[in-house]
Design a protein around this ligand. Structure first.
Ligand code: NDP
Length: 787
């Protein structure tokens, strides 16, 4: 045989990672695990069991006990009891515990990697080189945040007891993403792994014992969806952090409505992988391997929709098919394998069914090898000849299945990328940085990768928009999800007004109109509501808005999208001009605040001046709330850019109507949002009296829209409206609950409050970064450099 012939026949030999240590560890626990509560393992002989299997061969790894209601309660109580001491511990004390967890995980990398591969079916190469190192990095990074917490987050405190629920695709990594920031910021928690993959969480529980985690700070309960549902809805929980499917995320949003719980949802995706004609096609092919065949495609942000510029589509498909033939699939513990098993037989069947049903509706299927159901090996799959309405282009498959669609122009690429109910991530492939940076802000997603895909790091926030959920994990933005402001002080409601009997002729012609699309308009239904002065006499009439008025206002706000694309300098000037115009009406406003709100002249002056100052503050912030550049461990930079949420509905507080209205509108528009505000009911006229000033301040039509009427009804309409992207709500508990439940329809981002939670006059409570953060979503754009 010639050298050339030998070279051509070279093949990989098996390089099996030993599972002996891992199997011994499972044996040493009798292949049975209970719950980890208050620093101890608890077992119940009569517990229901879930078998955790190795998906590549069906062998039993361990039996997992399902936590019963009493154990769930016990875990939550343990977390509650551990909370005061953990909160009171200084940052350094907590940092030491996180650091110890990182060190211990590092020390046990090999066994943890093997356990992960055995339980999930992912190749050992990935668990060893990606999952576990990233999990370790998360604990180190957050040990650092705990250390500097007192300085960096001096105005914040922990939330309390957190329920954390994760899926099966990155079991230990998801655990790290959840637990590290939560405990770093002083919360205690109850964590539930997925029923298919609980093993590494059990190993981690043992490390907690060794790392000196105080009893009760970390509790881990096992079970299936019903356990997750009971945990999320439990009244002893202050916050729920969930990663999983959009349908379960929606169920949790509904189940927790009205419970006054903070919620973050990291949900599904159908991320675009956009290849322009000027891309390095070989790099793009390797990028696709990392994007859709990494972790068998069981990745929420997998680039499962390939959008390729038409003139290079055939060339790219040819290269891709050639590369697919060289992908090695098989025993996950084999170190020379690229693709392992799907997590379970159920998942295998789900993927296969979606593909089979989908292909019946059209499309050309290419699979480099045949399916092997015995080991749950689903082959790398490419589907072409479909359009963006095809179910396979819309549904999340969560398997190694790539669909490809051509586009002609850059704007068509953006339209196609955004043609999804999801908005988790996307990658852009082009050798032209100008083009890539132009497209990145236009794609509606929480993460954008330029010439790379599936990059993650603890320093960079991760999370989606639209039905991919809300909230971020990682980065500084991820820490705020586990914090709440320290300074808020509840305020009492004003006494009810004693309404005088009115003569029907009094003030009859003084009916304030809505402000919609830059015009004053009458309410659709023609109904008006009387508003009163503090002395009980009639002040003015205002409109009673209905569904049609809401539709008109949202439509006007949607059309004003150009405001979101304006630069901060321009927005700042317009907002300053608004303040300047308002200042001209000082006397009129002082008189009005005295009459309507019953303030003394001095109090009215104070509120008016504070309102002007607040507008100035947000004009100042308009060009200064900049984002960050992260120094993640790769050759590149990650830019964290705060982006406007879009159309923001605002249900205004009842008290301090001038400054509270300003406190909602000003930060929202400063960040580029368009607003539909429902005014205070008691002081409805105050928000509408701002209209004349808004009209003369160069604020484009549709950027601010103001309606009055029944807050609960109008809030309900807004929560159900598909074109509203987010809601800020200060209202009574029933209205808040309704907004939370109704918004589950498309998982709007919410910032909700029981009215009376703060003193609007106080600049620490009524103004600042908390408002700007809630007016924006952070988009992380990863830009590697070098060859
Ligand atoms: P599921 O939503 O079915 O399950 C996720 C977790 O929630 C599991 O622990 C599950 O328990 C639990 N659960 C199930 N039902 C309920 C309920 N009603 N209330 C509370 N908890 C419940 O997702 P999968 O496990 O199927 O995971 C795949 C999904 O996760 C994909 O859609 C994927 O996109 C998404 N995902 C999102 C990520 C992100 O960061 N955005 C990252 C990774 C995955 P059990 O499994 O034990 O029954």
């Amino acid at each position: 045989m010639t050298l050339i012939e030998s070279f051509e026949k070279l093949d990989y030999s098996d390089a099996l990672e030993s599972s002996e240590e891992a199997q011994n560890w499972l044996d040493s626990h009798g292949r049975r695990f209970g719950q980890f509560i208050n620093g101890k393992f608890e077992s119940r002989s009569d517990a229901d069991l879930i078998a955790s299997l190795n998906p590549s061969n069906g062998n039993l790894l361990a039996n997992i006990e399902v936590a019963g209601p009493n154990q769930l309660k016990k875990a939550i109580t343990a977390a509650r009891n551990a909370l005061p001491a953990w909160q009171a511990m200084d940052g350094h004390g907590r940092a030491k515990v996180l650091y110890a967890l990182a060190r211990l995980l590092q020390k046990h990398t090999r066994i943890v990697s093997v356990l992960e591969t055995l339980d999930n079916g992912k190749p050992i190469r990935e668990s060893r080189d990606i999952d576990i190192p990233l999990a370790i990095r998360h604990f180190y990074h957050h040990a650092g945040w705990a250390q500097i917490q007192e300085r960096e987050f001096s105005e914040y405190k922990s939330i309390g007891v957190v329920a954390q629920i994760v899926p099966w695709n990155f079991p230990l990594l998801m655990l790290a993403w959840k637990i590290a920031p939560a405990i770093a910021m002083g919360n205690t928690l109850v964590f539930k792994p997925a029923e298919q993959t609980p093993i590494t969480a059990m190993f981690f529980a043992h490390l907690c014992e060794q790392a000196g985690v105080p009893d009760g700070v970390i509790n881990i309960v096992n079970g299936a969806g019903t356990t997750g549902a009971a945990l999320a809805a439990h009244e002893g929980v202050d916050k729920v952090a969930f990663t999983g499917s959009t349908s379960v995320g929606r169920a949790i949003r509904k189940a927790t409505a009205g419970q006054n719980k903070k919620l973050t949802l990291e949900l599904g995706g159908k991320s675009a992988f956009v290849v322009f004609e000027d891309a390095d096609l070989d790099a793009a092919v390797e990028g696709l391997v990392d994007s859709i065949w990494f972790n068998q495609g069981e990745v929420c942000c997998a680039g499962s929709r390939l959008l390729v510029q038409a003139q290079i589509a055939d060339k790219l498909h040819t290269k891709l098919k050639k590369r697919m033939q060289t992908l090695r699939q098989g025993t996950p513990l084999n170190k020379s394998v690229d693709i392992g098993s799907l997590v379970s037989q159920t998942q295998y069947q789900r993927v296969d069914e979606l593909v089979q049903n989908g292909i019946e509706q059209g499309g050309e299927l290419y699979q480099a090898s045949t399916t092997q159901p015995d080991g749950n090996y689903y082959p790398p799959t490419l589907i072409t000849e479909i359009d963006s309405s095809h179910p396979l282009a819309q549904e999340e498959i969560f398997g190694p299945v790539l669909v490809s669609m051509p586009f002609r122009t850059q704007s068509e690429a953006v339209t196609l990328a955004n043609n999804s109910r999801y908005g988790l991530a996307a990658s852009i492939w082009s050798e032209n940085i100008n083009r890539a940076m132009d497209v990145a802000p236009k794609i509606k997603a929480g993460v954008i990768w330029i010439n790379c895909h599936n990059q993650f790091d603890a320093s960079c926030g991760f999370g989606g928009v639209r039905e991919s959920g809300f909230g971020r994990e990682g980065g500084k933005e991820g820490l705020y999800e586990y914090l709440q402001p320290k300074l808020l002080k509840k305020v009492a409601k004003s006494k009810p007004i004693k309404v005088e009997r009115q003569s029907s002729k009094e003030n009859i012609d003084r009916t304030l109109k809505f402000y919609i699309g830059g015009r004053q308009v009458r309410p659709d239904g023609g109904h008006s509501i009387a508003t009163y002065k503090a002395n009980g006499s009639l002040a003015t009439w205002v409109g009673a808005g209905n569904r049609k008025d809401i539709r008109n206002a949202v439509s006007a706000a949607t059309k004003a999208s150009n405001w979101s694309n304006q630069n901060g300098h321009l927005r700042a000037q317009i907002i300053y001009f608004f303040a300047e115009n308002l200042a001209l009406r000082e006397d009129e406003w002082i008189k009005r605040l005295q009459e309507i709100c019953g303030l003394t002249k001095k109090q009215a002056k104070t509120e008016f001046n504070a309102s002007l100052s607040r507008i100035f503050s947000y004009a100042a912030w308009a060009d200064k709330y900049d984002g960050a550049v992260h120094n993640a461990p790769y050759r590149g930079v990650t830019m964290a850019l705060p982006e406007a949420i879009g159309v923001l509905a605002q249900i205004a507080p009842e008290e301090k109507p001038l400054i509270s209205t300003i406190s909602l509108i000003a930060p929202a528009i400063a960040m580029g949002n368009r607003v539909v505000l429902i005014a205070s009911e008691r002081y409805a006229s105050i928000a509408l009296e701002l209209v004349q000033t808004l009209e003369t301040s160069d604020i484009p039509a549709g950027v601010v829209n103001i309606l009055t009427g029944n807050k609960t009804d109008l809030a309900e309409q807004l929560a159900g409206h598909a074109e509203v992207d987010g809601i800020w709500c200060w209202a009574e508990p029933e209205t808040v609950a309704q907004v939370e439940a109704t918004s589950a329809i498309d998982l709007k981002r919410l910032w909700v409050h029981i009215d009376g939670d703060r003193d609007w006059l106080d600049s620490q409570q009524g103004e600042g970064l908390e408002f700007l953060r809630n007016a924006t979503e952070v988009k992380n754009i990863w830009t590697p450099y070098g060859d």
